[in-house]
Design a protein around this ligand. Structure first.
Ligand code: UGA
Ligand code: MN
Length: 325
C-alpha cells in the first residue's frame, strides 16, 4: 500500500512543481492596466500656459479613457496656441543681470512666449545683448532712454519703454490679420508663477487677477460678483478707476491693434495712475475678465529687490580679472 502511494506521489510530483512555478510566475507579473496610462512628463504638452503636466482636455478626452480596441476617430486640429508677449522695461544697475536671470528662468518654462525686453538706455547694452543671445528664448531687444526730466522720484517709470514695446507689436502685426496673442507687462523685479501664464493665455479682451505684496497690503485684488469685476480690494488710492498694479492684467493682441492710439502718457499722469490711464483707453471695468479662480489666488508678486550694499567696492579696479555681474 505504502509503495503504491509513493509511486503515485513521484508520478504527480513533477506536475505539481510545474503548477506551482506557473502560479508563482503569474503572480509576479504586474497586472496589465485596464486603461493604458498617459505619459506625463513635467515638460510635455502643457498647452494653455506653462509647460505643466496637464494635457489639454484632461483625461476625459482622447484614447486614454477608452477601453476598446477600435482606434478613436481623429481629433480635430487644435487652434494655434496664442503667443504671450511679455514686455519688460529694464535699466542698468548692479542687480540687473540677476533680475533678468530669474525672469528668463521662468519664461523659459512657458510655451510660446515672446520676450520684448526694452532697455531704458540710448543704446543696447553689451550686458543685455549677451544675456539675451544666451537666454534660449524667442525675444526682441529694444531700447529707448527715459528723458532726463522724467528721471525723478515720484514720477512714473518705464513709460517710454512700454510704449516702445507696444509700437513694435503694432508694427509687426500691422499688415496682417492678428495671430492670436496676449500682451502682458512683466517688470523685471516681480515674481511670476507658471500658473499665471496658463490663466492669461485665454484672455479674450482684457483679463485681471490679484497681485501679491503691493499697495501697502499683502495683496490687492479685483472684487468679483457673478463673474464680473464690481470693485477693488486695495489699501492705496481706492479712487483709482482700475485699482490694479501693472502686473495684474493682460490684454489681447487684437485689442492692442484695434486701439492703435492707446499708449502710456506722461502728460498729466500721476503716480500710480499709469495702469488706470492706459486701461481706460481700451476697456471698461464691466468688461474685465477675472482670472485666478475669480480673483481669489495670488499668482504674481510685486517683489522689490533691495538696493545692494557696494560700500566696500574699490574706486579703481583691483582684481586681476574683469567679471560681469
Ligand atoms: C510700480 C509698478 O509695479 C510699475 O509697474 C510702475 O512702472 C512703477 O510703480 C511706477 O511708479 O512707474 P515699482 O516696483 O515701484 O513698480 O517700479 P520699478 O520696479 O522700479 O520699475 C518698474 C519697471 O520699470 C521695472 O521693470 C524697471 O526695470 C523699469 N525701470 C525702472 C526702468 O526701465 N527705468 C527706470 O529708471 C526705472
Ligand atoms: Mn518693481
Amino acid at each position: 500500500m505504502k509503495s503504491v502511494l509513493f509511486s503515485r506521489f513521484f508520478i504527480l510530483l513533477p506536475w505539481m512543481l510545474i503548477v506551482i512555478i506557473m502560479l508563482d510566475v503569474d503572480t509576479r507579473r504586474p497586472a496589465p492596466p485596464l486603461t493604458p496610462r498617459p505619459y506625463f512628463s513635467p515638460y510635455a504638452g502643457g498647452r494653455w500656459g506653462a509647460r505643466l503636466p496637464l494635457r489639454r482636455g484632461g483625461l476625459g478626452r482622447g484614447r486614454e479613457q477608452r477601453n476598446e480596441s477600435r482606434p478613436p476617430p481623429p481629433l480635430p486640429p487644435e487652434p494655434p496656441l496664442p503667443t504671450i508677449y511679455a514686455i519688460t522695461p529694464t535699466y542698468s544697475r548692479p542687480v540687473q543681470k540677476a533680475e533678468l536671470t530669474r525672469l528668463a528662468n521662468t519664461f523659459r518654462q512657458v510655451a510660446q512666449l515672446h520676450w520684448i525686453l526694452v532697455e531704458d538706455a540710448s543704446a543696447r547694452s553689451e550686458l543685455v545683448s549677451r544675456f539675451l543671445a544666451r537666454a534660449g528664448l524667442p525675444s526682441t531687444h529694444l531700447h529707448v532712454p527715459t528723458p532726463r526730466r522724467y528721471k525723478r522720484p515720484g514720477l512714473p517709470r518705464a513709460t517710454e519703454q512700454r510704449n516702445a514695446g507696444l509700437a513694435w507689436l503694432r508694427q509687426r502685426h500691422g499688415h496682417q490679420r492678428a495671430q492670436p496673442g496676449v500682451l502682458f507687462f512683466a517688470d523685471d523685479d516681480n515674481t511670476y508663477s507658471l500658473e499665471l501664464f496658463q490663466e492669461m493665455r485665454t484672455t479674450r479682451k482684457v483679463s485681471v487677477w490679484p497681485v501679491g505684496l503691493v499697495g501697502g497690503r499683502r495683496y490687492e485684488r479685483p472684487l468679483v460678483e457673478n463673474g464680473k469685476v464690481v470693485g477693488w480690494y486695495t489699501g492705496w488710492r481706492a479712487d483709482r478707476p482700475f485699482a490694479i498694479d501693472m502686473a495684474g492684467f493682460a490684454v489681447s493682441l487684437q485689442v492692442i491693434l484695434s486701439n492703435p492710439k492707446a499708449v502710456f502718457k506722461r502728460r498729466g499722469s500721476q503716480p500710480g495712475m499709469q495702469e488706470s490711464d492706459f486701461l481706460k483707453q481700451i476697456t471698461t471695468v464691466e468688461e474685465l475678465e477675472p482670472k485666478a479662480s475669480n480673483c481669489t489666488k495670488v499668482l504674481v508678486w510685486h517683489t522689490r529687490t533691495e538696493k545692494v550694499n557696494l560700500a566696500n567696492e574699490p574706486k579703481y579696479h583691483l582684481d586681476t580679472v574683469t567679471i560681469e555681474v
